[in-house]
Each structure stands twice: as structure tokens, then as C-alpha cells.
Design a protein around this ligand. Structure first.
Ligand code: R5P
Length: 303
């Protein structure tokens, strides 16, 4: 399906990204299209893009949680846009996958962040994303060979906290989160503390009880970049409530929420959970489309 004019920009939303794609196209001023994607009986992919690409910048919008099944259609579309003479093929991936596999934790493990970055860098000409999980890599250019732009959610989270939570105390679940929790806290004009976290396994996380007696009149606001199994947040919520703090608000950038993670977190007694819409989820309450559109506009102008 295509909504056509002769605009030099064509925004193509992969399944599940239609609202975001449409909003970005509206804000940046481009045409919007959705591809025809389906499975042949043998489960191979059928891909068709019925929109003119020649001489245009084609922007694929595809958030990359649960990436394994999303990658091939994305790659096929990128190749197709080039065959159809697109000037460039850019990717807006609000959530960038495989960033947490950034070292060989045990002998023989694949460092999949590198392989995935190579696959994507070979597929598209530039990538825009929101707060990729940079821990052992200092920047995306340590991994990605194409130009990248990062949208920071901190100002959006801070605005939401300022509007929605009175007397907040921001809490980062581990030292990795310190830098950006400090940033959100400063923007929200609120104090913050950072906890110590020990991960014993994929679903086994222990956090230390901080000295929080002085914060009892405040509303704890847990802030993290990714909520995946939600073990990190659930453990933290339980500890904070055990030491007598108010029921916490949980704020996450990327709502990965594996399996029943969200229900488990809710059951721990949180006051509220809110996430950005980099991944569609019931908890979405903070929109990133405006910031993504600005980043795309800047990228288009600079290149
Ligand atoms: C890890 O370093 C991240 O910042 C998050 O704390 C982590 O990804 C959360 O994972 P989970 O929800 O599985 O505890």
C-alpha cells in the first residue's frame, strides 16, 4: 500500500511500525508506504513494495525487539529498495537488538552484537535508534560501520516524571545506569540513588538495599533503559518496599517484557509502570516519534 506524491522521501513501515512510520512521514514530510509481506507455504518470505523508490531516500521503520524473525524481511526490503534505484536506504530502529551480548562471558560464546552490527551495516546506509544499550562499547561506531544517530530518551522521561510524579526519588538499578539516571534526575530536578546489582543468571538478579531512610517522604521512581525479564526492576521494587518506601513508579525506555515479566512486575506492588513506545506495549506512555523525526531530518540534511 502506498500514499503517493513525488516527495524525495519514502517512509516504509514494517509490520507493527505503521503508526510510528506514519507519524515520522507526517513530521518530516515524506510519503508513507507499507510493504506486502507474507509467508509462502514453505515459510519463506514474499516481499513486495509497490511504491516508487527511484532517486528517493527510502526510510525503513522497524523496531528490532524479537529480531531474529524481523531481520530477513528487513534485509529483503533494503535490497529491494536499492534494486528499485533508491538513492539511499536508511533504517529507523527505535529498539536496536543484540546490544547486550557485548563480550564473551564464557568460552565458546558468540559475541552476537558484532555479527548483528555487521549484518545491519551491510543492509542499510545509516541507522537511527533510541538509547542503544552501550555498556562495554563506548559508541555505536565501535560496532557499526554505517553512520548512526542516537535519540536520547532522558529529556522525555524527565518531562514525564516532572508532570506525573510529585516528590520523586530517582533510582538506578545498577552502576551501568548511573550516568543516564543522573542525567534524567538533573533534568527532572530530583535527587537520585544508584543500587548495586548482582546477576546470577538470565532470570536471577539480586540488588542491594540502599540506605534510603532519608527518602521516605519521596516516591521512588525506578529508571532503566531495558525491561526484559523485569527481574532487575522486580527485585528492586521488593527491596524498596521491604525497607518501607512508597510503592515505586517504574519507568523504562525499551519495553521488551519477555513472557509474563510485566505481570510479575505489577504483582510486586508497583504504583505504575510507564515506558516509551520504542516497542509497542500496554505500558507505553512516552512517545519518541517527535525526537526520531528530528534525528531523521538532521541525518537527511547532513548527508
Ligand atoms: C542491563 O544492564 C540493563 O540496563 C537492564 O538493567 C537490564 O537489561 C534489565 O534486564 P531484566 O529486565 O532482564 O532484568
Amino acid at each position: 500500500m502506498t500514499e503517493e506524491s513525488d516527495h524525495p522521501l519514502l517512509v516504509v513501515a514494517l509490520p507493527g511500525n505503521e503508526r510510528l512510520g506514519r507519524e515520522i512521514a507526517g513530521k518530516v514530510g515524506g510519503d508513507f508506504a507499507t510493504p506486502e509481506l507474507r509467508r509462502f507455504p514453505d515459510e519463506e518470505s514474499y516481499v513486495r513494495l509497490d511504491a516508487p523508490c527511484e532517486g528517493r531516500d527510502v526510510v525503513l521503520v522497524a523496531t528490532l525487539d524479537r529480531p531474529d524473525l524481523k531481520f530477513l524481511p528487513l534485509r529483503f526490503l533494503a535490497d529491494l529498495s536499492r534494486e528499485l534505484q533508491a538513492r539511499r536506504c536508511l533504517l529507523v530502529a527505535p529498539y536496536l537488538a543484540y546490544m547486550r551480548q557485548d563480550t564473551r562471558f564464557r568460552p565458546g560464546e558468540a559475541v552476537t552484537s558484532r555479527s548483528f552490527a555487521e549484518l545491519l551495516s551491510n543492509a542499510v546506509d545509516a541507522i537511527i535508534t533510541v538509547d542503544p544499550h552501550l555498556h562495554r562499547y563506548a559508541s555505536l561506531s565501535d560496532l557499526y560501520t554505517v553512520p548512526t544517530r542516537i535519540v536520547h530518551a532522558a529529556p522525555l522521561l524527565a518531562d514525564w516524571i516532572k508532570d506525573e510524579v510529585s516528590a520523586p526519588l530517582l533510582i538506578g538499578p545498577d552502576s551501568e545506569s548511573e550516568q543516564w539516571v543522573a542525567d534524567v534526575a538533573e533534568r527532572a530536578d530530583a535527587p537520585y540513588v544508584v543500587l548495586e546489582k548482582v546477576r546470577h543468571g538470565d532470570r536471577d538478579v539480586e540488588v542491594s538495599v540502599p540506605d534510603v531512610d532519608r527518602w521516605k517522604s519521596r516516591r521512588p521512581v525506578l529508571v532503566d533503559d531495558i525491561i526484559s525479564t523485569a527481574r532487575t526492576m522486580t527485585e528492586t521494587v521488593s527491596h524498596l518496599m521491604r525497607v518501607g518506601l512508597a510503592a515505586p513508579v517504574c519507568v523504562g525506555v525499551h519495553a521488551v517484557f519477555a513472557g509474563d515479566a510485566c505481570e510479575t512486575l505489577r504483582a510486586a506492588g508497583v504504583e505504575r509502570i510507564v515506558t516509551t513506545d520504542t516497542i509497542r506495549h500496554d505500558t507505553n506512555g512516552i512517545g519518541v516519534e517527535g525526537a526520531l523525526a528530528v534525528a531523521l531530518q538532521e541525518l537527511l540534511i547532513s548527508a
